[in-house]
Design a protein around this ligand. Structure first.
Ligand code: CA
Length: 490
């Protein structure tokens, strides 16, 4: 959900479980020491200010925080030094798991989505794309108490005026009875619910689609999906148009990425551009702009107005591309190939969330204290990767979790199908994949770990005991061999 470019990335990272966090040296600034006396004085002032005119005294007092939350000021001023490459960003947001979840959601909510499509004119898969990227289909809503977050942001640091408006709006939502006060949790910046709307967007665009008289974007999937469709519709969505498509540029073509400079399809045809598979460009977009997320050497796209409506949800082209791509894969109902036709210009592509979990498990097994396994490459995991790299002379020791590091720490085995197994072969310039014989895998991992934990190299599906942890070798349907930790007692 777009609030401001400033907070959009941090908010998105919370919504989708992606960390845009820094390298080890670039930890968050310390939480500031906020005066509660100053905070309470500020709230007294807000209560009687014009911004809070629509909020009654009972509501204001009832949800008035007793303390500020310094962590939100920390988040407000967090400037990540580690910028994710577009391929890292997309590989986690549009992975096999999310496509499968999306296909399931499409069938589960088929009737609702058809009704929404006929009322708002927004394609079901486009709504699903937003839902999947914003809240992982309702699974990741954010846990920060909204009133504490917004009240703190209203009284300290930069942008107080903006957040005062959002704080007042959040109180109005509860006052209106749309959302239960206990459900008012979300991102540090105040976006909440399955659509991750800011309170002002909620008041403007949320709709009651299930007909119970409340606009409940937290608990009602129909309300959330219809509100998303309403948002896209109000931002200029064109019924029946695709968002755009991946294209192939002719050799020698030169242009800068400029999504906003929209031209007719005839214009692009005359430039020699085709669909990625070589077919002529269809005329189903009235006008389209060229999007080159990684320059001329990477995947290229022509995007229309509907792509811009995705962008308006959260001001980032990569974010909009994630929605677009996810929606296409859900339309095709094919989770086996999540790559674009043209490979990203890198020899070290990004990893899926499952691969991130595998890396975290391997780091834990190797004795690195990274907390738990959550599939999010955050500060702790990045620091551990950096230490792991440094201790083994891996250069650069940049803390990045890409396919190369995945292969290093998991063993020299084939990466998961979602990253490589497409009909167009491996990404350009990639290292040749050279899966080691299965019986070498345990040996490789053993060499690479620092603690004496050993792994089984026994035949498939035979549990083995080593230290306090047992592992089983499992060959997935995609042919990838993994070591799976078995809980004690199994
Ligand atoms: Ca409702």
């Amino acid at each position: 959900m777009r609030l401001t470019p400033l907070s959009a990335l941090s908010l998105l990272s919370m919504a989708v479980g992606i960390s845009l966090a820094s390298t080890a040296q670039a930890a968050r600034p310390p939480a500031p020491d906020l005066s509660n006396a100053e905070f309470q004085q500020c709230l007294d002032g807000l209560k009687n200010s014009s911004k809070f005119r629509g909020v009654d005294g009972f509501t204001f007092n009832n949800y008035r925080p007793s303390q500020p939350d310094p962590s939100v000021i920390q988040s407000l001023n967090y400037q990540p030094e580690f910028q994710k490459d577009v391929w890292d960003y997309l590989s986690a947001l549009v992975d096999k798991e999310r496509v499968e979840d999306g296909i399931r959601a499409k069938h589960q909510w088929g009737n609702t989505l058809r009704q929404i499509e006929s009322r708002y004119g927004v394609k079901a898969e486009h709504v699903l794309g937003v839902w999947g990227v914003e809240s992982n289909f309702g699974q990741t809503l954010g846990k920060k108490p909204l009133f504490e977050s917004l009240a703190t942001l209203s009284c300290f640091d930069r942008r107080q005026s903006y957040f005062q408006g959002e704080y007042a709006n959040a109180l109005k939502i509860v006052q209106n009875g749309d959302i239960a006060p206990s459900d008012m949790t979300g991102s540090w910046a105040g976006a909440f619910g399955q659509t991750q709307f800011m309170p002002s967007t909620f008041l403007e665009l949320a709709v009651d689609f299930d007909g119970d008289g409340r606009r409940d974007l937290v608990n009602s999937v129909p309300d959330a999906l219809a509100s998303t469709a309403n948002f896209l519709d109000k931002r200029g969505y064109r019924t029946g148009e695709p968002w755009g498509y991946e294209v192939k540029l002719p050799s020698g073509f030169w242009a800068a990425s400029n999504r906003k400079d929209k031209k007719s399809i005839s214009h692009w045809r005359n430039q020699g551009i085709t669909l990625a598979n070589g077919s002529p460009l269809p005329y189903d977009l009235s006008r389209a702009g060229l999007l080159l997320p990684a320059g001329l050497e990477g995947p290229a796209f022509l995007v229309g107005k509907n792509f811009d409506t995705f962008y308006s949800y959260n001001a980032s082209e990569n974010y909009a591309l994630a929605i677009a791509h996810l929606s296409d894969l859900i339309t095709r109902e094919d989770s086996s190939k999540t790559d674009f036709v043209t490979a990203w210009p890198t020899d070290d592509p990004g990893i899926s969330r499952q691969q991130a979990k595998d890396i975290q498990q391997a780091l834990l097994n190797a004795g690195y204290d990274i907390g738990g396994v959550d599939g999010i490459i955050g500060d702790n995991t990045r620091t551990a990767i950096q230490q792991y790299q440094s201790s083994r002379g891996i250069f650069p020791a940049d803390g990045r979790a890409g396919q190369k590091f995945y292969r290093t720490i998991i063993g020299n085995m084939a990466p998961s199908s979602s990253q490589y197994d497409n009909q167009y072969g491996q990404p350009a310039n990639s290292q040749p994949l050279n899966p080691a014989p299965a019986d070498r895998m345990g040996q490789l991992i053993q060499q690479q770990t620092t603690n004496p934990t050993t792994y089984s190299s026994q035949p498939s599906a035979q549990p083995s005991r080593s230290g306090n942890t047992r592992y089983r070798r499992v060959t997935g349907s995609d042919g990838v061999v993994k070591l799976v930790r078995i809980d004690e007692g199994l």
